[in-house]
Design a protein around this ligand. Structure first.
Ligand code: ATP
Length: 392
């Protein structure tokens, strides 16, 4: 009996100890899990702190200037700042492999070169140029046979058959200058030659090259030609070239100097490529009278092509081109052509669009002679209105 009682006490003790052991192990495990979590949290916080600290010290650092390398001399280089000033600066020994034209970062205090950066080829250019593979062809041009023939000779042929020029031993022009009144098809001619030579068409407007930001215009010209070379064969079309290349009044303002710098860069780019390079320039202006002669000097844009207002034959062709997809009813084109004397290609196109609108307004599917007559009147009135605006 005694023995039995003892046995019971013994088994209860074991049970208690066993339970205590299990609880302790569970507690231990829970503590270990919490510890791991805390360690992870602490690592995360440490990383956050380091990042915030780095950000703070970055914010405290003075910004670096961006400059261009003009020329290099061992561990020294001439740099040009965005305001046009030049400095002879020390190149940090970690900065390797710099060449003229590269973009670098400059310490504001010492003006020394601390890093080379790649601003990307198209960074600036993208905003100012249109890069395209035009669809316009010679067939879309009316009344410009003579001009087309000349452009074929000086732009198309050298791009397509450079060996011909090498054999004969002559140098084709690097570019041409198209001049004449607005809306006569200068842009269209440039697009058509790009299409016929399967060249990339890079369009840039002169007035946009001359920006307010000093130093940018010249850099832009440079970048445009880098872009053109990388996409060769290419036609660089510079519209309103007079904005960059007009005879200067030399008033000495910073804007004036800026135009001058942009112009000098343009000349040096034209001089820089060879006659048979696969990049050609087509420039256009409505004001050949104010153009600086330096740009049309031999070896530069030395072929001048006049694109004038179309004669009766030209107007007939242009009218045919712009009405070829129109549903016409009894239109007497000879009469219209006579009435449109003095109209440019762009104005003839506007007449066609306006006549089409008149038909749509009256819910007709065909365009009549009367629609064209009214359209001509409207375009004439608009032109007179414009002239009044100019001359008061
Ligand atoms: P600007 O000097 O104002 O830049 P531009 O001479 O370059 O003018 P374009 O832009 O080529 O003129 O012409 C404007 C539009 O007028 C063209 O898209 C085209 O539809 C029409 N046009 C002009 N001339 C002709 C032409 N000779 N044949 C057919 N269409 C023409």
């Amino acid at each position: 009996m005694d023995n039995k009682d003892n046995n019971i006490v013994y088994s209860e003790t074991i049970d208690f100890e066993e339970k205590a052991k299990v609880t302790l192990e569970e507690e231990n495990r829970a503590i270990r899990t919490t510890l791991t979590k805390l360690e992870e949290e602490s690592a995360m916080l440490r990383e956050l702190f380091t990042n915030a600290n780095n950000e703070l010290s970055n914010l405290k650092k003075p910004a670096l200037l961006v400059a261009d390398i003009v020329s290099c001399y061992g561990n020294k280089a001439v740099i040009r700042l965005p305001n046009g000033n030049k400095f002879y600066s020390y190149v940090h020994q970690e900065v390797q492999d710099i060449h003229s034209g590269d973009s670098v970062l400059i310490d504001q205090k010492t003006l020394n070169i601390v890093e080379k950066i790649d601003l990307g080829l198209n960074l600036d250019v993208d905003k100012f140029v249109i890069v395209d593979k035009p669809k316009e062809s010679w067939k879309d041009l009316g009344g410009l046979q003579k001009e087309i023939q000349e452009i074929k000779e000086v732009i198309e042929l050298p791009l397509q058959k450079p060996e011909l020029f090498e054999k004969v031993g002559i140098q084709p022009p690097k570019g041409i200058l198209l001049y004449g009144p607005p809306g006569t098809g200068k842009t269209l001619l440039a697009k058509a030659v790009a299409n016929s030579t399967k060249a990339t068409f890079i369009e840039v407007v002169g007035s946009e090259l001359v920006q307010k930001f000093i130093g940018e215009g010249a850099k832009l010209v440079k970048d445009i030609f880098i872009l053109a070379r990388s996409k060769a064969p290419a036609i660089v079309f510079i519209d309103e070239i007079d904005a960059v290349a007009s005879v200067r009044m030399e008033n000495g303002t910073s804007g004036e100097r800026e135009v001058n710098r942009t112009f000098m860069q343009l000349l040096s780019e034209i001089d820089g490529f060879k006659h048979l390079d696969k990049v050609k320039i087509v420039a256009a202006t409505n004001r050949p009278d104010i153009l600086d002669q330096a740009v049309v000097r031999p070896g530069r844009l030395d072929r001048l092509i006049e694109v004038s207002l179309p004669d009766a034959e030209g107007r007939t062709e242009i009218l045919k081109i712009h009405t070829r997809r129109m549903n016409l009813q009894k239109v007497r084109s000879k009469e219209l052509v006579q009435l449109m004397e003095g109209f440019s290609g762009a104005e003839i196109k506007a007449v066609c669009t306006e006549a089409g609108y008149a038909a749509i307004r009256q819910q007709r599917e065909t365009v009549t002679h009367e629609d064209f007559m009214q359209a001509i009147e409207k375009i004439k009135a608009e032109e007179e209105e414009e002239l009044k605006g100019f001359f008061g």
